[in-house]
Design a protein around this ligand. Structure first.
Ligand code: TMP
Length: 213
């Protein structure tokens, strides 16, 4: 059986990627496409536990490298339990975040650099996505949206959302560097338009890449 394609969605918090993924889900169902959607961190039971450690705002002290290794632990379990079996069964797998999030957040924004993350991914034989769509948006607009969305919940879980603006600017910059570094895989999508406009653009990209008819 033909394996499916592996597509990842990326962006700063509040960039609209999760909303677009849920719209895409409805569209793919309508078209009868075989697919599954998932996310990192937290795409497995193990990952949900790891997510709690990573994202609790008042959680324990987490060294950047310790944080990096937890994201990788989540990823490895997710890959073996969800992504690889999904692809092998012929489904397209759409993941809300993956490797490029680690490069942008831990590599660029936290300052660990891209090379160590690339080397670890290589050592763990992590497959790279067929396509990574980055929802690119001004961070001030994006964070306003994220904070409005998470009002209440963010008190406990919005660890990254509570980082200063400069951190999020570096995340965005990291993503932009990645789209220049891997233009064949990483596509920057302007996420400043209306949800309908962004969705049409997303469908266009998926058609161009022969993921949709
Ligand atoms: P989410 O809000 O999209 O569910 O993502 C959870 C948070 O984890 C978000 O702030 C981005 C962050 N993150 C990293 O810092 N590194 C990673 O490798 C991943 C997957 C997420």
């Amino acid at each position: 059986m033909k394996t499916g394609k592996f597509i990842t969605f990326e962006g700063v918090e509040g960039s609209g990627k999760t909303l677009q993924l849920s719209r895409l889900e409805a569209e793919l169902k309508k078209r009868g496409v075989r697919f599954l959607t998932t996310r990192e961190p937290g795409g497995t039971e193990f990952g949900l536990e790891v997510r709690k450690i990573l994202l609790h705002r008042d959680g324990p002290l987490r060294e950047p490298t310790a944080e990096l290794l937890l994201y990788l632990a989540d990823r490895f379990q997710h890959l073996k339990q969800v992504v690889e079996p999904g692809l092998a069964s012929g489904c397209h797998v759409f993941s809300d975040r993956y490797h490029h999030a680690t490069l942008a957040y831990q590599g660029h924004a936290r300052g660990l650099g891209f090379p160590v993350i690339d080397r670890l991914a290589e050592a763990l034989e992590l497959p790279m996505p067929d396509l990574t769509v980055i929802f690119d948006l001004d961070v001030e607009i994006a964070l306003k949206r994220a904070r409005a969305r998470d009002a209440g919940e963010a008190e406990v879980w919005g660890r990254f959302e509570s980082e200063e603006l400069d951190f999020h600017r570096r995340v965005r910059e990291g993503y932009r560097l990645l789209s220049a570094r891997e233009p064949w895989r990483v596509l920057l999508l302007d996420a400043s338009g209306s949800p309908d406009e962004i969705f049409q653009e997303l469908l266009g990209v998926l058609k161009e890449r022969a993921i949709l008819d």
